[in-house]
Design a protein around this ligand. Structure first.
Ligand code: NI
Length: 251
């Protein structure tokens, strides 16, 4: 069994066949899915989806690329964060590739860390071209926060090590199948510190690169890790599943 620890099934790309996509995953080796909302409405939708499916769980966030599109309503977010099927706060962090207002990103990042601390749930971190800044916040936030995952990791091991040292897990997605650079940390990151994800509808792994991604394809991510670490697919599946269950408190 595999756990897709980061999907966006609430996105419009799945409006036509969401139920089939979910069924296809659950009937073919995916045991659980963490669905990540990236704004208030999306986070509410994510919870609705999690309420409908026993093996779907929700993460809630105002993604750094969405911070200018809506006002952060602390009370509303705190209420969602307390929902029993919400297992993480995020994805939050910095995106210096897409968004320009870095101060605002920092403000929202800190707000969401505060909420994660209040509800005692782990963080899903989005860090794009911003690792040092992300590390600074995680290191120096008033309540040091060390439970969570760095999602969509494609940097080298020196960067991975800094996040591992803080206590974070590393999660890999389909872009590790695109080139060797994206996968360069995998041989050194311990198996008990990693998880797998799709980030669907984005980043479909080879052989579906460029197409819509879906939770079923998380197996290609696990396969690539097995190949690089020269271990069995089953071992990768078992370990990454254990890691996800532990981090998110899943049964
Ligand atoms: Ni994402």
């Amino acid at each position: 069994m595999l756990i897709d620890t980061h999907s966006h099934l609430n996105f419009k790309e799945f409006d036509k066949d969401r139920d089939e996509v979910i069924k296809r995953a659950f009937e073919n080796g995916v045991g659980k899915i963490i669905n990540v909302g990236t704004n208030l409405r999306g986070s509410q939708d994510s919870i609705v989806l999690a309420e409908k499916h026993e093996n779907i769980y929700a993460a809630i966030s105002l993604h750094p690329i969405n911070i200018e599109k809506e006002k952060f309503d602390e009370k509303a977010w705190l209420e969602l964060a307390g929902h029993q099927k919400v297992v993480a706060i995020g994805e939050t962090g910095f995106d210096f590739y897409h968004s320009s207002d870095r101060e605002k990103q920092k403000e929202i990042f800190k707000e969401l860390i505060k909420i994660a601390c209040q509800v005692k749930k782990p963080l899903i971190i989005h860090s794009r071209e911003a690792d040092q800044k992300t590390l600074d916040i995680l290191n120096h936030s008033e309540s040091p926060f060390s439970r969570g995952v760095i999602h969509c990791f494609d940097r080298d091991y020196t960067v991975a090590k800094k996040f591992l040292d803080l206590g974070f897990l590393i999660s890999y997605t389909g872009n590790i199948t695109y080139n060797k650079e994206n996968a360069s940390s995998i041989s050194k990151v311990p198996l008990d510190k990693m998880m797998v994800e799709t980030d669907c509808p984005f980043l479909a792994p080879v052989p579906f690169r460029g197409k819509r991604n879906e939770p079923l394809y998380v197996k290609y991510v696990a396969q690539k890790i097995a190949e690089i670490k020269n271990i069995s697919f089953e071992e990768v599946a078992e370990k990454t599943t254990q890691n996800a269950k532990k981090l998110f408190g899943l049964k």
